[in-house]
Ligand binder design. Structure first.
Ligand code: SAH
Length: 271
């Protein structure tokens, strides 16, 4: 029979009769709409002693936390970190070691560009129980908004989740592969790197007319959709003046451009 680490640590503390160690739940909060929380995520929030959340977790979701739960903002922002990863790790371990049920709440799905592994390592090093509660990643919410699917028979048999930047700056990818006709990619953290990505793809022979759709604040009341092409990604992105989190769907246009709220000149492009 296969044992998982958290079951092992749980039975160990139960046997030894020592102070019960806490539990850490790494929970995906989804893209923002509270109705896109899973029931498991909601249950975790309702029983949490401590909630440590990222900047992108919406207030409507934090309201679902148990009254009396300690809510801590570990808000991270783009290139600079509001709280260093080591501090977040220490915070999780500190509370769980005192026996607290800690919910580490991350936007979207915790396993997508969420530094989950670093936090799991910290938790397992401290011999604490943990589990991962999956959430709806922003690519899923974004593509649902435009009535498209991430994969489609005859168009693309695979889809890539890319980050616009990594620890070294703008992230490099297999641009030649992405430049091929029909490729689809969901680009996270792609606002500041848009010009770089555009340049790389065009340099590797991508069709300038390839559709690109940016979804800002996907699933939230202030959601916006900007439909453009690879050739016009910049300047259209800058012109749109986005302030919220945005997901860039490369290779996809809204199915019904008229069904979404597009600025007029961009709407024409999307048709
Ligand atoms: N774990 C998250 C991603 C974290 S990285 C997930 O699965 O969605 C942060 C990036 O996610 C943002 O820069 C943005 O590209 C994207 N993002 C998160 N929430 C979003 C939302 N509501 N709408 C659009 N993009 C979002």
């Amino acid at each position: 029979m296969k044992h998982f680490p958290h079951f092992l640590t749980r039975s160990r503390s139960a046997r030894s009769g020592t102070t019960p160690s806490g539990q850490v739940d790494f929970v995906g909060a989804g893209p923002g709409d509270p109705e896109l929380l899973t029931l498991k995520a909601l249950k975790a929030l309702e029983t949490a002693d401590v909630v440590i959340h990222d900047r992108l977790v919406s207030p409507e979701i934090l309201e679902r936390a148990r009254r009396g739960a300690l809510i801590l903002d570990a808000g991270k922002e783009g290139f600079g970190l509001a709280m260093a990863q080591a501090e977040i790790n220490a915070l999780i371990v500190q509370h769980a070691s005192r026996g607290a049920h800690v919910v580490r709440l991350k936007s979207g799905d915790a396993t997508v560009f969420g530094r989950l592994d670093e936090e799991i390592d910290a938790v397992t090093t401290a011999s604490l129980d943990y589990r991962v509660v999956p959430g709806i990643t922003s690519a899923s919410a974004a593509v649902a908004t435009i009535g498209q699917s991430l994969t489609k028979r005859t168009r693309n048999a695979s889809v890539r989740f890319l980050t616009g930047h990594d620890m070294k700056g703008f992230a490099e990818h297999d641009w030649a592969a992405l430049a091929r006709t029909g490729e689809v990619a969901a680009i996270y953290m792609g606002k500041r790197s848009a010009r770089f990505i555009q340049g790389r793809l065009l340099m590797h022979g991508a069709n300038p007319a390839t559709p690109v759709t940016i979804i800002e604040n996907a699933s939230r009341p202030d959601q916006r959709v900007i439909a453009t092409t690879l050739a016009r990604l910049e300047p259209d992105l800058t012109d749109a003046g986005l302030t919220g989190p945005a997901l860039t769907l490369y290779g996809l246009a809204p199915r019904l451009a008229e069904a979404v709220d597009l600025p007029l000149p961009l709407k024409e492009l999307a048709q």
